[in-house]
Design a protein around this ligand. Structure first.
Ligand code: PML
Ligand code: MG
Length: 265
């Protein structure tokens, strides 16, 4: 197995990225598809593309199951944000931490006001930012679906018209994040101007998606990982997210969508 990773930049800012784990005979095709993505992106054409290909020790690979998926329907992005905030609080994230994370993603969480390349780490109680490099954040790496799980996931997501790359990719990333010890929940919405969806993922409630968490055309987006860890264990958490290869070979359930109502969850 090889880990194939791409990240691209445009105007000195993060532009796009992708992560796959593939057998050696799939490396060329996957690498070409990543380059194509960076050159034909809704954020414009990449100026710099970095591709890193590493052989993995197959004994290091952990096999795991994807979370359940449910869409909570909301009427607009403001209601989506209220629903996501309420869910995060019910998962044990403090209101202060929720507010900080929303404000940071809305404003552009990197110090220059741009999007971060990776995720911010937010203390689930104090709301303090914990990632060592606030421009880079934590880039979750080395995770993918097995070929069979990929086919099965596509078949199941089709039932709700969700079999799209952003959904599959975000689900795989969130699935790895929730496995890390110390993670309470994750909040994400897309940085693609034409993709407004986002989600809250957690060990307890799986992957809850909201069709809209931002206005159409907005370039801002990103991820916050809410954590509750001993500061000395932070490097273990980051090491797992960035280094440990995880292959999802089983999928979870696709639950029927629910309509979210104010003060109902
Ligand atoms: C992204 O594309 O950057 C993240 C997408 C998050 C939402 C995916 C979904 O529709 O479930
Ligand atoms: Mg994106």
């Amino acid at each position: 197995m090889y880990s194939v990773r791409m990240r691209s930049r445009r105007h000195s800012q993060h532009h796009s990225g992708a992560e796959r784990l593939v057998p050696s005979d799939g490396v060329e095709q996957v690498a070409a598809a990543m380059i194509r993505r960076a050159l034909h992106h809704s954020r414009g054409q990449a100026e710099t593309i970095e591709l890193v290909i590493d052989e993995l020790d197959s004994e290091q690979i952990e096999y795991a199951v994807l979370p359940d998926v449910q869409t909570w329907q909301v009427s607009d992005f403001q209601q989506g944000r209220r629903a996501a905030a309420e869910l995060l609080c019910s998962l044990g994230v403090s209101p202060t931490a929720v507010e900080t994370a929303f404000a940071d993603i809305i404003r552009g969480a990197a110090p220059n006001g741009g999007n971060m390349r990776g995720a911010m780490l937010v203390d689930a109680d104090s709301g303090g930012r914990l990632e060592p490099d606030p421009a880079r954040g934590v880039r979750v790496s080395r995770m993918d679906l097995s070929a069979e799980a990929r086919r099965e996931l596509s078949r199941v997501l089709q039932q709700q018209n969700l079999d799209r790359e952003p959904v599959r990719e975000a689900l795989v990333l969130a699935a790895k994040v929730r496995m890390a010890s110390g993670i309470v929940a994750e909040l994400c919405w897309s940085d693609d101007p034409d993709y407004t969806a986002g989600y809250v993922a957690s060990p307890q409630r799986g992957y809850v998606r909201f069709p809209t968490l931002k206005p159409l055309g907005d370039q801002r987006g990103g991820r916050a990982f809410f954590v509750r860890v001993d500061p000395r264990s932070l490097s273990v958490l980051m090491d797992f997210l960035q280094q440990r290869p995880v292959l999802f070979d089983r999928i979870g359930h696709l639950l029927p969508p629910r309509v979210w109502r104010e003060n109902s969850s």
